[in-house]
Design a protein. Structure first.
Lengths: 225, 292
């Protein structure tokens, strides 16, 4: 059994969180609130020292680089940093109702630049490349010996048919009548299979978390394994 | 069928869910203690990752992005350890960065358990490099595409990039032989594909949590060269390494966890079957005759 205070604390908090499986209780509430509070504090400190300090403070006051590393080389001063810093300060004006309208400027800037920057990249990689990947030759040929790769070919056709059926299912301009009905129904089935596979992966992830915690409790804490 | 038997079946559907939690907990705990190890073989998604790393020339720079947090460590860490071991055995030069603030802590664990423990004779800066975390997500990737030194002036030990012999031929993302993104969220593998691999043509392989696997599989094999998905993928990778390098008996962390995982899946499957049987019996007794 561990003699480390940190391990005992972590084990106690783990048991408090797991106690929610029994029912909501004060121990769980304590662990939950502690986690939220510690996380907020951790992220605030981390954000300050990894983002605000090197990207704003050090670039405006180069000597500040020596605060975290006495041997650091002093960078050049970059007064242009004042612009994003000012926009960031405007964002905080949301806290004052009379001036909160000023926070729309940095919001508009962030949304506009992000949209403009990502639009082309996303269209190319997430739409055109995906369409290209779905539309393949009717028969896939092995490069090694020139024979037909039947397994991959069938897989490709199933994928293409599933994609088309899902698109039909999500076409709402005309009802699912006539020839569209069986395609839409097949699209629904494909979606259900996809959701099932996603859920199965999610269950696997959660079980991994449980196994990880049990390894900690039975190994690091109790020393059984 | 007797009433007693019907009642027994229907009662299955009325069991308090907490009993199911308890059975699952005990089953997994027993499996954790017994530590069964099941045989595993690489799937069609994992094998390309193995092949890609096997094909690397000694000294090839490989960018590894540790984009995961402690919450995902039970899933991602085993694959991270196996991938880094494989890269170092092949003589490649891993360059570690992170788009997650917690990535620095994750690197420390990787350093203690792999770099120092198994490859202590290798030298930081010459055989592997840690550049650390940078804030900015996809913008960091965009900047790396243009110029590595735009984001990183030195490694985590303060050595300027120009003084690192392993990075003499690496000035931008396109100079790397491979991108390995180990991901538990955003920014992560998707951003590396969209903003790193697609524009530069550098092959991207990934490792991710089980939850993220279905999303990333859509990019395989065109934009994503291979994917180690969840603990199962990590176990497959470890098995591939064990069969390829039998002389290096590395611990199979993921393989050992897959035992309890498998037990849990069997228990859940039994519960699912019993629950559905009880449900269908109940509906039939109510006169529904089937499922609507």
């Amino acid at each position: 059994m561990s003699t480390s205070f940190e391990v005992w604390l972590a084990a106690a908090l783990t048991l408090m969180v797991l106690s929610f499986l029994w029912r909501d209780n004060p121990f769980y509430k304590f662990a939950e609130h502690l986690f939220v509070g510690v996380s907020a504090g951790y992220w605030m400190v981390l954000g300050f020292w990894t983002t605000l300090w090197p990207n704003a403070v050090v670039k405006l006051v180069p000597a500040a680089a020596r605060v975290t590393d006495p041997a650091a080389a002093l960078p050049d001063r970059e007064p242009l940093v004042l612009i994003p810093l000012g926009l960031g300060c405007l964002m905080l004006l949301r806290l004052w109702p009379r001036l909160s309208w000023l926070s729309r400027w940095p919001t508009a800037f962030a949304v506009g630049t992000t949209l403009g920057y990502n639009l082309v990249r996303t269209l190319r990689s997430d739409l055109l490349s995906q369409i290209h990947a779905a539309i393949m030759p009717g028969l896939l040929i092995r490069a090694v010996d020139g024979s037909v790769a039947w397994g991959a070919t069938v897989n490709q056709w199933v994928l293409l048919a599933g994609t088309v059926c899902c698109l039909v299912y999500f076409t709402f301009t005309r009802g699912d009548r006539g020839a569209r009905a069986p395609l839409a129904r097949a699209g629904l089935m494909v979606l259900m299979v996809a959701f099932g596979a996603s859920f199965a992966y999610a269950v696997m992830s959660r079980i991994t978390q449980l196994v990880g915690r049990l390894h900690f409790l039975l190994g690091d804490w109790l020393g059984i394994v | 069928m007797s009433d007693a038997r019907v009642n027994w079946v229907e009662r299955l559907g009325l069991i308090d869910r907490r009993w199911l939690y308890l059975v699952l907990l005990i089953s997994v705990a027993v499996a954790v203690v017994v530590r069964p190890l099941f045989p595993d073989t690489p799937s069609t998604f994992v094998q390309p990752v193995v092949d890609r790393i096997e094909s690397l020339e000694p000294g090839s720079p490989v960018l590894i992005s540790l984009d995961y947090s402690p919450a995902a460590a039970p899933e991602i860490e085993p694959m991270a350890f196996a991938l880094v071991r494989h890269l170092l055995m092949r003589g490649a030069h891993p360059v570690f960065i992170s788009l997650f603030p917690e990535g620095s802590a994750m690197f420390q664990r990787l350093h203690a358990d792999v770099l120092a423990a198994d490859f202590g004779d290798l030298e930081a800066g010459r055989h592997w490099t840690n550049l650390g975390y940078k804030a900015g997500g996809r913008m960091v990737i965009n900047a790396l595409r243009q110029d590595l030194s735009a984001m990183y002036h030195a490694d985590m030990d303060g050595r300027p990039l120009a003084d690192l012999p392993g990075l003499t031929d690496c000035s931008r993302l396109g100079d790397f032989s491979l991108i390995v993104a180990l991901t538990s969220g955003t920014p992560g593998l998707k951003e590396w594909i969209l903003y790193g691999g697609d524009p530069t043509g550098v092959p991207v392989v990934g490792g991710c949590t089980g939850i993220g696997t279905p999303e990333y599989l859509a990019y395989f094999p065109g934009q994503l060269s291979g994917l180690v998905g969840g603990l199962k993928g990590a176990s497959e990778y470890e098995a591939a390494l064990a069969s390829r390098y039998p002389e290096r008996a590395f611990p199979r962390r993921a393989g050992r966890v897959m035992g309890p995982q498998t037990v849990a899946h069997v228990v859940i499957l039994v519960f699912l079957v019993l629950g559905n049987v009880a449900y269908l019996r109940g509906r039939r007794r109510e006169g529904g005759g089937g499922v609507s």
